[in-house]
Design a protein around this ligand. Sequence first.
Ligand SMILES: NC(=O)C1=CN([C@@H]2O[C@H](COP(=O)(O)OP(=O)(O)OC[C@H]3O[C@@H](n4cnc5c(N)ncnc54)[C@H](O)[C@@H]3O)[C@@H](O)[C@H]2O)C=CC1
Length: 368
Amino acid sequence: MIDADRLKKNWSLVAARGDQVPLYFYSTLFLSYPETRDLFPMNMAAQRDKLVNALGAVVSNVDTIDAVVPTLQALGRDHRKFGALRGHYPAVGEALLATLEHFSGAHWTPAIAADWAAAYELVAATMADAADAAAHYTPAWWDAEVVGHERRDLETAIITIAPGTRLDFTPGQSVSLCTSLRPRAWRTYSPANAPRGDGTIELHVRAVDGGEVSSALVSLLRTGDSLRVGPAFGSGLTLRPGSGPVAMIAGGTGVAPMKALIEQIAATPRPVSLYWGARSPAGLYCLDQMQALAARFEWLELVPCVDEDLFGSGARVGSPAELAVAHGRCTGADVYLCGPSGMVESSGKYLVGAGVRADAIHFEPAGA
Ligand SMILES: NC(=O)C1=CN([C@@H]2O[C@H](COP(=O)(O)OP(=O)(O)OC[C@H]3O[C@@H](n4cnc5c(N)ncnc54)[C@H](O)[C@@H]3O)[C@@H](O)[C@H]2O)C=CC1
């Protein structure tokens, strides 16, 4: 029986050492098992945070492991795209335990070691089993051709890809992708369209500061190039059944999954209010597309919002969540939130404080 409290306490002790933890973990892994280096991107900076986040998520849920089984299974299926094999899991487990022992110092006991080993074995077996099962019915990744690349501004591009074989997804889900311009570095985006007859997928990419992959996708990628795409995952933002009102609160390119949801809702319309925020009017990079949708669907209300409007664009000034509440759009509605993680977090708190039921607020948890 795993003592979850003991594990959580030990994890907070180790996690307090910050960046040193993943650094130690990867050094140990690559020294002991050099062949695993090829599974990871050349630049490990982004990868380091991922390990810490993933570990934290698993550990904090170890006492309710049933709740994270679907996530672990999706993770296992997704890891096939890295070339991760069942044989790699023990190597990772060994490096993980060595790292935990190193940072626990005098707090490391045989009982804690046994708890960690058992928790890791459970996680690894769930992931590896799901990966093996998926190998029977789905590819490890899809090769897709870039069939459209439209720069919307210096930092943002709308990229359309055509996977070689059909890639199924549900609006609101995400896919990860990798370009040979930045080998083995995968980043996640949400399709901005409901599934199409021709299988093409629209992705909205903003070059983030220091983001080597997003910058390459925006500035260097060209029509005709190919990308690798991983399986669709996530259920936080998928449409809940019902015919009642929907309020969508989006920030920046977080509008992409909202556009996909709107296209899905068009099949069985219900009232939708989309409050879409950006720092300035220039950040509303696909306002024309969104306005065209609002003109086409009488059940769709579009409210562009900006932090400041120096030149009088006509967008509302204020936070999308606060405006949506002030206009009564969240009352009795299913609310979908997507954008920068800080915005999702603060908007969620604001909505709950304003009386919106927590179970009516939907978003993809950070790091998912
Ligand atoms: N491209 C895609 O397919 C998807 C993108 N996302 C996420 O959406 C985000 C979009 O980023 P950008 O377009 O660069 O947006 P941005 O940085 O330009 O911000 C958009 C809006 O969010 C507000 N905001 C930003 N940080 C905030 C904070 N900490 N607290 C409160 N409000 C805040 C801004 O004031 C602005 O109104 C990214 O974090 C991305 O990971 C999420 C899902 C899909």
